[in-house]
Design a protein around this ligand. Structure first.
Ligand SMILES: [Zn+2]
Length: 233
């Protein structure tokens, strides 16, 4: 009777190992990694946004600079064509200045257009990345909820198994239980083997026929090959 209960106990212990493995590995680890990756993307997006803001400011400054130079150009044109200056040398000097200003203005305008294009490209890129991140975060959160639920369900199953094991342990002869625990220290969880068709269910070796008789008489017998305690099926 006790051996049969001991067998039940071993089955419960194997179930418990399976549940514990599930709780520890797959779910939580995968989820943690995924979350880390999402947070890294979020950080990268922040950096890119800061870079975009910097570029926008740069573009604004450039626009102000252009406005100032345009004003300067207009002032020069007024002087050139206003009729106040008639001295050819002075007019020539103004003309040179105007050309310098015009050249600078053209360079700055080109820079400004390039910068504006860069800003637009960055904006698009940010938007796409942002939208994708929001989508991925949503699906992560959904998954995280499911995993959490599964995890909690697993915990409940584990708790049930443990209390069931404790009930069984209390019913098993303490010296037999002790022997089983000592055997487990050497062999791992599977310290019991069923006799299946005259063979040891643990290692498969054929057992002497007298073993079956002795088992039926309630004797404790170990497989001579693998050392497991034999249980009649
Ligand atoms: Zn064996």
């Amino acid at each position: 009777m006790s051996l049969a209960q001991l067998w039940q106990l071993q089955q419960l212990e194997l179930d418990r190992e399976k549940e514990q493995k599930q709780l520890d590995r797959q779910l939580i680890k995968a989820l943690t990694k995924e979350k880390e990756a999402l947070l890294a993307r979020q950080e990268e997006l922040k950096r890119e946004k800061a870079e975009w803001e910097k570029t926008v400011k740069q573009s604004k400054r450039l626009r102000q600079e252009i406005a100032a130079i345009e004003a300067k150009k207009q002032a020069l044109e007024q002087e050139l064509y206003g009729g106040r200056v008639v001295n050819p040398k002075e007019l020539g000097h103004l003309e040179d200045q105007w050309q310098n200003v015009e050249a600078k203005l053209n360079t700055l305008l080109e820079d400004y257009l390039n910068l504006e294009e860069k800003v637009a490209t960055m904006e698009n890129c940010l938007q796409v990345k942002h939208d994708q991140l929001v989508k991925d975060m949503d699906s992560y959160n959904q998954k995280a909820r499911q995993v959490k639920e599964k995890w909690q369900e697993g915990k409940v199953r584990l708790q049930t198994l443990i209390s069931h094991m404790e009930e069984l342990e209390a019913q098993i002869d303490p010296s037999l239980l002790q022997q089983y625990r000592r055997l487990q220290e050497q062999l791992g969880t599977v310290a019991l083997a069923k006799v299946q068709g005259g063979n040891c269910g643990g290692c498969g070796i054929q057992l002497p026929s007298m073993f079956r008789q002795q088992l039926k008489q309630g004797k404790l017998i170990k497989c001579e090959n693998c050392g497991r305690l034999l249980v009649n099926s």
